[in-house]
Design a protein. Structure first.
Lengths: 295, 327
């Protein structure tokens, strides 16, 4: 019942989902991992065992041992501390850009579905154009122009994912835009803005939340990839992708500086994906499950 | 079939327009780059020692004093004539450079696409046939984790194991004379050297194709005609490969064609990991040096390849599925 009734608001669906113990192991494992990363990200400066920038000259390229749990890199910097601080940059960029993409996607998708006809047609053609860029290439273009930094990373990833969110939101919104309560609101003289945000959005929240969790996983991978090719935050910043790239020339001696951030990325992405799967089980009815979203 | 020709013409026309718009966007965004070609070519000090007049002349020579739309027009006409402009940093014509880099990239992309098709389909069929056994669960688990791992980690792992530990492959490919290898030598050295970069490139796509094939094959294997075939005594092998696969392949083929585009775009990361002298590394270099003509050229080439792969996906889908009306 909770999954099928279309006039139940999204947040209530989450709550009823939880109450009905619809919780899968996916959701629990994913949620724990995700919460862990958020915790580490927020309190990063307080839980690092060493200063991430401090160079311990007596302990260059050490293997994991006592004072340095994950070893040190070629400058004698503590890897664990750098990975912990890296959580912060990566999660910040990935989550803000996902939020930006969701915001833009909701705006364009819902407007497009609400007005329909020619407006919808034109907006969808524009959307198609942006969808026909490979994500990484477009992000590289934007960052190449604006210069590599955290904010520009957010802008680039947000813009490139927005059309993909738009399409999903529009598809969902089209399902409800012809329902009677929307007509009633129109006849009642409500403004389009009111109808979109107060009448339509509450009913497509579940889709948006699931889409957001899928996007977040991709955004983490894209953030890391951009960092890896040197288009993330500039060097002294402890960024996962950047660490994996800049230390890889020293893999012959110590593999840890390369693999520690990579493992962090994998765990974060797996956590987000599991969480997304769990949310999908709760929020979306079996029949309406979306096919695998492609980047 | 009668509608097919107009459909193709329409799709090709739409794709041509799309490519023009994409090139406009890329060109327009590149115009926003702070500082122009002259600043980049000369660098700070030279810029001051040269007089204003010399710099103005240089700008005029490069056509930078023209309005943007005219610059775009000149550039687009050049591209259609096969002239991609001159690189500021390398001070050489771009077209031959891009073509040779594209060739080396295709040495990775083509085998990667083949691997995606072979492994993706066979693993997908296998897990559909063995649905809910440990084989299926194992394959599902592996493909899920393939999707959670960034491409550069897969590549780095390969380098660590096969180059650092075993010494089978070089750690960096930029010192190799890949362009100089003949086709036959290529084939021999392929399995020694290029196998791992292209496998890395194919990794994610294998997972996607595998998952799609599994899903559609499971659906097909539950249909009535498959049950009839089984009941009338057709061997399981034939049922799977001749009856079910024909229909189950449909959704998979679209995913395959789409993933060819993903593979082409994915070369950027793979080439960075393996220091492979392909078009992706050229693009990264162009962006780092703010070499606008080179950025434009590499981006146009990769985006076009991506768009064309998607066009093929579209056409194949409608062509193979008679239920779809040409729109």
């Amino acid at each position: 019942m909770a999954n099928n009734s279309s006039n139940q608001s999204g947040f209530r669906k989450i709550i009823t989902g939880f109450l009905k113990k619809n919780i899968t192991t996916n959701l629990i494992i994913g949620g724990v991992l995700l919460l862990g990363f958020v915790f580490v990200g927020i309190f990063a400066p307080y839980i690092t065992p060493h200063d991430a920038e401090e160079m311990h000259y007596e302990n260059l390229k050490e293997m994991p041992s006592g004072p340095f749990l994950l070893g040190t890199d070629r400058f004698g910097r503590d890897i664990l501390s750098r990975v912990i601080l890296g959580t912060r940059t990566t999660l910040l960029v990935a989550s803000t850009s996902t939020l930006l993409a969701l915001l833009l996607g909701i705006m364009f998708g819902a407007t497009s579905a609400f007005f329909g006809g020619r407006v919808d047609n034109i907006m969808m053609r524009i959307n198609d154009i942006f969808m026909s860029f490979p994500t990484l290439i477009f992000a590289m273009l934007v960052i190449g122009v604006l210069g590599p930094s955290m904010i520009n990373g957010v802008i680039a990833i947000g813009i490139i994912y927005a059309p993909r969110v738009t399409r999903v939101v529009r598809a969902q919104a089209l399902n409800i835009v012809n329902l009677e309560y929307i007509d009633a609101a129109k006849v009642g003289g409500e403004s389009p803005f009111y109808i979109i945000f107060r009448e339509m959005l509450p009913n497509i929240w579940p889709t948006i939340i699931v889409e957001g969790s899928i996007r977040l996983g991709y955004a983490i991978l894209l953030t890391a990839s951009l960092g890896y090719i040197g288009l993330g935050p500039p060097p002294p910043t402890p960024d996962w992708g950047l660490m994996a790239y800049s230390e890889r020339g020293y893999m012959f001696e110590t593999p840890w500086p390369v693999f520690a951030p990579c493992i962090a990325i994998v765990i974060a992405v797996i956590g987000v994906n599991l969480f997304g799967e769990g949310l999908k089980d709760i929020l979306l009815a079996k029949g309406s499950r979306r096919k695998e979203a492609k980047i | 079939m009668k509608d097919f020709i107009p459909f193709i013409i329409k799709r090709l026309g739409a794709t041509a327009i799309l490519l023009v718009v994409i090139s406009m966007i890329i060109f327009g965004v590149c115009q926003l780059m702070p500082g122009d070609a002259v600043d980049i070519m000369l660098g700070g000090i030279a810029l001051q020692s040269l007089g204003e007049t010399t710099i103005e002349e240089l700008r005029k020579e490069l056509g930078l004093n023209l309005p943007v739309y005219q610059q775009y027009f000149n550039w687009a006409v050049g591209v259609l004539h096969g002239d991609l402009g001159t690189s500021y940093v390398m001070k050489a014509p771009i077209a031959p450079l891009v073509i040779s880099r594209l060739k080396t990239s295709l040495l990775l992309a083509v085998p990667a696409s083949l691997m995606m098709i072979v492994f993706g389909l066979s693993l997908g069929i296998l897990s559909a046939v063995k649905e809910k056994t440990w084989i299926d669960q194992g394959i599902s688990f592996v493909s899920l984790s393939m999707l959670s791992v960034p491409a550069f980690l897969t590549g780095t792992l390969f380098i660590y194991i096969f180059s650092v530990k075993l010494g089978w492959i070089p750690a960096a490919y930029n010192a190799l004379d890949i362009e100089g290898m003949s086709m036959f030598k290529m084939l021999g050295s392929y399995f020694g050297i290029l196998l791992f970069p292209s496998l890395t490139l194919a990794f994610e796509s294998i997972a996607y194709v595998n998952r799609q094939t599994r899903a559609s094959m499971i659906e097909e294997l539950k249909t009535n005609y498959v049950r009839t075939a089984v009941l009338k005594g057709v061997p399981q092998r034939d049922v799977v490969l001749h009856h079910a696969l024909r229909n189950g392949l449909l959704p998979a083929i679209t995913v395959i064609a789409f993933n060819v585009g993903q593979i082409i775009a994915g070369t950027v990361i793979i080439e960075a990991v393996f220091s492979y002298p392909g078009i992706g590394n050229l693009m990264i270099m162009a962006i780092k040096f703010r070499d606008v003509p080179l950025i434009l050229a590499t981006m146009i080439v990769i985006s076009s390849a991506y768009v064309l792969a998607n066009l093929v996906a579209d056409i194949l889908y409608t062509q193979l599925n008679p239920r779809i009306k040409y729109a």
